[in-house]
Design a binder for this molecule. Structure first.
Ligand SMILES: NC(=O)c1ccc[n+]([C@@H]2O[C@H](COP(=O)([O-])OP(=O)(O)OC[C@H]3O[C@@H](n4cnc5c(N)ncnc54)[C@H](O)[C@@H]3O)[C@@H](O)[C@H]2O)c1
Ligand SMILES: [Zn+2]
Length: 700
């Protein structure tokens, strides 16, 4: 794995000058609440390109260049800071972190005594000036030397009290941001006011902090991460605050009634070793998706004031701290198309088809667009550059179009005039559009599917007949077909005696189809024809399938730990339908297959199974249950957890998400935590990411 972050290569002086202009414009938009034409990764790539060009051509450096400046030099202010408010340098992985620590220790000439590790809150830095314990003034970071007065926001920021516990005169520093709930609330208020929403919590917080005369008030949140006594103040308390370790300063800040991250799952800690720092980085990264506020990295600082003082500052950032960047959760990509689908309940939902982007460690091709009103509100067009957001397990979503990037070739998004599933009318009285057939909509499609040639193969049952029967109320799902009476069918338009008898005979015949086809007819999400065959062969009876838990379902070849819980949920939802099929006398067994308990002893008798196991013995992970934990490195670094599981299954193993006595192997990457401990306790063999890569090299 290369940890060197990518850079934009600049070929000549013209390209350099254009890059500087683009960086300045983007940063100006970014620090106001506007949408930049670059996402953070692209901006950082550009600035690194500018820096590399300047190192090679020092004589060409432009005064506007963002390098070495706080906020890329794009922001100004008129309230001078007593002590500069700086930015942070970045590292992008464990090796860079180790390099940074080593160079810092070289500078100090001795090891760093202790590290403080805390989340990098994704908001804006602010200075809160307290006089005799009362909050007197709020100032933004600005260009680092001077910021803007935003005191009008006093009283709207949760966690930043109007009065401290003690009547002290100090300057608090920390991050102003919006929690997920505050962001939602702010978007709702703004939408009610002018029909627009905020692009993301960070820019919503930036806009809100600076907004003076909005007719609505949005709440903000503050987390403190530092305190400064007034310069020149030599009182006992001022001296003490200058000498305390960062960790103890944070205790003092919290003691004054100010919010810190101490009460959150990502509380700051003190680490004695770099290993512990790295471990905490992993823990914070793992908690990121579940936090009620955004973080974009982990800040690592020298804990002791003496270490900090000796390390000092560059013009842009302290040398005693760095930001360990986490993968971006937001990127700009192209909106290629919009697909419309009618869900189980009849809701018609648009889905964005995107030019694939890497977000929070996985590749994103589709994103939700919520509903038509949302598309209109955001003014989205086909071909637009759009901001896409994804973190952890959330469904990726399209945030907003980047209007300045329009070329004029963008097209309006076609809005369906009829239900995309059944062609019937759309009920658009609510924000979420629905097919007028509601749940019944999907019935046609699912009955057509169930009666089809590859499933129950009911001859002579055409789609228009199914529609007739649904409209007449004779059927609501495909199991009802087995309860149709001769009289009912004869009552349908253009239904003679012969066709009625033929259809009844065809339906009767369908009752004896093998379980694989009956199961397939259910249309369980994630199980097509071949997967249905595998499931039927594996379990042999519907009873055994229904009795299986997720772990048992996972035993079926190709059923990863992601799919199996879906199958379970679907089977629960489909229970009434299955019961009706049983009641109708539909066959529920797979000819020639043996249920799993007996199967172990007799697999050899089953031709196909023997064939399969014959090929499996040559696979390196055959019969093994494998769990992956921690951050993969080397040739596996780029794989998502899902891709790791697929790799395991390709190599003949079964990917599982939790360690138990049945686990055959734990692949433990960097900063592996509790799963590693459990595997050790259970005596489960453990391999590193690199060793595992060698083991499965043929399947990569
Ligand atoms: N998309 C764009 O066009 C664009 C333009 C400019 C900047 N950016 C992004 O902004 C980033 C640079 O921003 P920056 O220079 O404002 O600073 P930064 O966000 O990289 O780091 C410094 C800031 O971290 C914050 N911080 C959060 N938690 C902290 C903690 N526990 N301790 C100390 N500080 C903490 C403080 O506000 C501090 O000012 C870049 O990574 C870039 O991606 C994007
Ligand atoms: Zn419909």
């Amino acid at each position: 794995m290369t940890e060197e972050p990518p850079i934009t290569l600049l070929a000549d002086e013209t390209a350099y000058a254009e890059a500087v202009q683009l960086a300045v414009d983007s940063a100006a938009a970014y620090y106001a609440d506007a949408t930049s034409t670059l996402d953070d990764d692209a901006y950082d790539r550009l600035v690194r390109g500018i820096q590399a060009y300047e190192e090679a051509h020092p004589e060409q450096v432009l005064p506007d260049s963002p390098t070495g400046k706080v906020a890329g030099g794009a922001v100004v202010g008129d309230v001078p800071h007593t002590v500069p408010m700086l930015s942070l340098d970045n590292v992008f992985g464990p090796e860079q972190l180790a390099d940074w620590a080593a160079s810092l220790e070289r500078r100090l000439g001795r090891p760093v005594t202790a590290w403080s590790v805390e989340p990098k809150l994704d908001g804006l830095a602010i200075s809160a000036r307290y006089r005799n314990g009362r909050l007197a003034q709020l100032v933004t970071r600005g260009d680092g030397a001077a910021g803007e007065d935003v005191s009008h926001a006093i009283g709207t920021i949760v966690g930043l009290p109007g009065r401290l516990a003690d009547p002290v005169t100090v300057e608090l520093r920390g991050e102003v941001m919006m929690t997920a709930a505050q962001f939602e609330d702010a978007c709702a208020k703004r939408s009610a006011h002018d029909g627009t929403t905020f692009a993301n919590p960070r820019s919503a917080a930036a806009g809100t902090l600076r907004a003076q005369d909005r007719p609505y008030v949005c709440e903000l949140t503050f987390f403190g991460y530092g305190v400064l006594p007034p310069p020149g103040d030599e009182s006992e308390q001022a001296v003490r605050l200058r000498e305390l370790p960062h960790s103890e300063i944070m205790e003092w800040v919290a003691g004054q009634g100010v919010q810190t991250t101490a009460a959150t799952p990502v509380a700051g800690i003190v680490a004695e070793t770099l290993e512990r720092v790295q471990e905490r980085v992993g823990e914070i990264a793992a908690a990121r998706a579940t936090l009620p506020f955004g973080i974009d990295g982990i800040v690592i600082k020298c804990d002791l004031a003496a270490d900090q003082a000796q390390a000092g500052f560059s013009s842009r950032a302290p040398r005693w701290a760095t930001a360990y960047k986490l993968p971006a959760t937001e990127k700009i990509t192209k909106l290629l198309g919009v697909e419309w689908n009618t869900g189980r309940t009849g809701i018609i939902a648009p889905r964005a088809v995107l030019e694939p982007v890497e977000l929070d460690g996985s590749k994103v091709t589709y994103a939700t667009l919520h509903n038509v009103a949302d598309i209109t509100r955001r003014g989205l067009m086909l071909g637009d550059s759009v901001v896409v957001y994804k973190a952890g397990d959330v469904i990726p979503r399209v945030e907003s179009p980047v209007v300045h990037l329009r070329t004029g070739d963008e097209q309006p998004i076609p809005i369906p005039a009829a239900c995309p599933s059944c062609g019937d009318a759309i009920d658009s009285s609510q924000e979420r559009w629905r097919c007028v057939r509601g749940r019944g909509c999907r019935a046609i499609a699912s009955i057509v599917y169930a009666a089809g040639r590859d499933t129950l193969d009911i001859e002579g049952l055409a789609e228009n007949r199914i529609k007739q029967m649904l409209d007449a109320g004779f059927i609501a799902d495909f199991a009802d077909l087995f309860f149709l009476t001769r009289e009912q069918l004869l009552g349908l338009e253009r239904m003679g005696e012969t066709s009625t008898d033929n259809l009844l005979a065809a339906i009767e015949q369908a009752k004896s189809r093998p379980l694989s086809r009956v199961f397939c007819a259910l249309g369980v999400r994630g199980t097509g024809r071949s997967m249905s065959r595998r499931i039927a062969r594996h379990f042999a009876t519907m009873e055994a399938i229904r009795a299986a838990d997720a772990e048992a379902i996972e035993q079926v070849e190709g059923m990863g730990p992601e799919k199996s819980p879906v199958v379970i949920d679907e089977l629960i939802e489909l229970a009434p339908l299955i019961d009706k099929l049983i009641q109708a006398g539909v066959n529920m067994t797979e000819p020639g297959a043996t249920p799993p308990t007996a199967a172990a002893a007799t697999t050899a008798g089953d031709d196909d199974a023997a064939e399969e196991s014959g090929t499996q013995v040559t696979l390196p992970l055959a019969t093994m249950s494998v769990v992956v934990t921690g951050t993969m490195t080397g040739s596996l670094a780029a794989l998502s957890r899902n891709e790791m599981n697929e790799l395991i299954e390709r190599a003949g193993g079964r990917a599982s998400s939790s360690v138990s006595a049945k686990t055959s192997l734990l692949v433990a990457g960097e900063s592996a935590g509790s799963k590693r401990a459990k595997a050790e306790a259970l005596g489960v063999p453990i391999v590193t990411s690199d060793d595992f890569a060698v083991q499965v090299a043929d399947f990569l």
